[in-house]
Write a protein that binds this ligand. Structure first.
Ligand SMILES: *Cc1c(COP(=O)(O)O)cnc(C)c1O
Length: 380
């Protein structure tokens, strides 16, 4: 919680504008996070993953600081261009694109695309001739709190064929990408994918195709309840793996931090709507808030992300509570399998603060499910 956010929330309350939950994002923290990445990985270019938080203020700050951008759709590309970044600083990093969207991105000046199969290479060869492509390889996401499963990437053994086809069709076979899973708490998890990348570089070099770049993806964590290593530890571990697998021919590298760039910059303020028990004997209380899975806290799905929750009663004794959202959908429960310790003295109407909510909250908020408006956002 920064002082600027505290002042903002106090002012909002004084003016009686505290009607419904809101996210407050402090740009000073984003600036610090960008600097930490640039220091920890000095030879690596930063491509901010726009989906984590596409607020125009965030995009224009990062554009000014010199960041590049990882966009997943034409709309995200347009948002980044509107924020003042030139198209050579944007990668179309989604491996699943309509051919007409590839063509629109090409018309907007985008020349860097992700692929993970031959059919996608063919689309890009037709709709974005001469562009650079990188091939995403699968990563099992072990050690990540929000693993990205098998949806993106091909097995490493397939990547040389995909990139060889790109080369044959007149594209530049540019490199390899992977994502070790979001909220990756183990800095050593990049090692396996870097070994696979080096194997692919060698394999293709033998066929006369020389790759240039490894895209190290995102995965850099935000501190929630559990401690996480500092960005510096990630930088050191990644550099050691690059040395180990590429020797003295370290390729150009890029990272795509989303959560690690904006997560810690945001606080959500919400309100207790109801506290109740289901029977006289019930040992756990139900605490219902005005925020839930559909208006900002989707990442509590399967209770994967456990946010720190602060209240003004935190000095008091705590008891385990089931925490739920306000909508009439029974999946709108945040923490039940693993109930959350909240102060015994917590009252209906009290404010609660969710820390580390700058990433994947506004963007996951529904447009008014059950009449609850999307999460309000203030960037300060
Ligand atoms: C979502 C995404 C990211 C950002 O991941 P974080 O774990 O939030 O840093 C990076 N790259 C790609 C391709 C993504 O889809």
């Amino acid at each position: 919680m920064t002082e600027r956010i505290q002042d903002f929330l106090r002012q909002r309350r004084l003016e009686g504008r505290d009607d419904g939950p809101c996210l407050v994002l402090d740009l000073d923290v984003v600036r610090d996070n960008y600097a930490a990445f640039a220091t920890a990985l000095p030879d690596t270019r930063v491509f901010y993953a726009v989906k984590a938080n596409p607020a125009p203020e965030v995009l224009s700050l990062l554009a000014k600081l010199g960041s590049c951008f990882d966009a997943a759709s034409v709309v995200e590309i347009e948002q980044v261009l509107a924020a003042g970044a030139t198209p050579d600083r944007i990668s179309f990093g989604n491996t699943i694109k309509k051919e007409r969207d590839v063509a629109r991105a090409y018309a907007l000046g985008i020349r860097l695309f992700a692929v993970d199969c031959e059919a996608e290479v063919e689309k890009i060869a037709r709709a974005a001739p001469g562009s650079r492509v990188f091939c995403r390889i699968l990563c099992d996401g072990a050690g990540a709190e929000w693993p990205l499963s098998r949806k993106f990437g091909c097995v490493p053994e397939m990547a040389p064929r995909v990139l060889e086809l790109a080369h044959r069709l007149g594209l530049t076979a540019y490199g390899i990408s992977f994502h070790v899973g979001s909220q990756q708490r183990n800095p050593r998890m990049w090692d396996g994918a870097l070994k696979s990348s080096a194997d692919i570089f060698r394999d293709l070099a033998e066929r006369g195709i020389h790759l240039s770049m490894v895209n190290l993806g995102g995965g850099f964590p935000t501190k929630y309840l559990k401690d996480v290593p500092a960005v510096k530890a990630y930088g050191q571990s990644i550099f050691r793996s690059l040395r180990k697998h590429f020797g003295n021919k370290i390729p150009e590298t890029i990272i795509e931090p989303g959560r690690g760039m904006v997560g810690s910059a945001g606080i959500i303020e919400a309100e207790v709507v109801l506290i109740s028990r289901k029977s006289e004997q019930d040992t756990v209380k139900w605490v219902y808030l005005d925020i839930g899975k559909f208006n900002g806290l989707a990442e509590t799905m399967d209770e994967m992300i456990r946010y720190p929750i602060r209240t003004e009663f935190d000095e008091d004794d705590k008891e385990l509570c089931i925490v739920a959202g306000p909508t009439c959908d029974s999946v709108d429960v945040l923490y039940e399998k693993d109930p959350y310790p909240l102060p015994v003295s917590l009252e209906i109407g009290a404010k609660v603060l969710f820390e580390g909510t700058g990433a994947y909250t506004t963007t996951y908020s529904a447009v008014g499910f059950n009449g609850f408006p999307p999460l309000k956002s203030y960037v300060i």
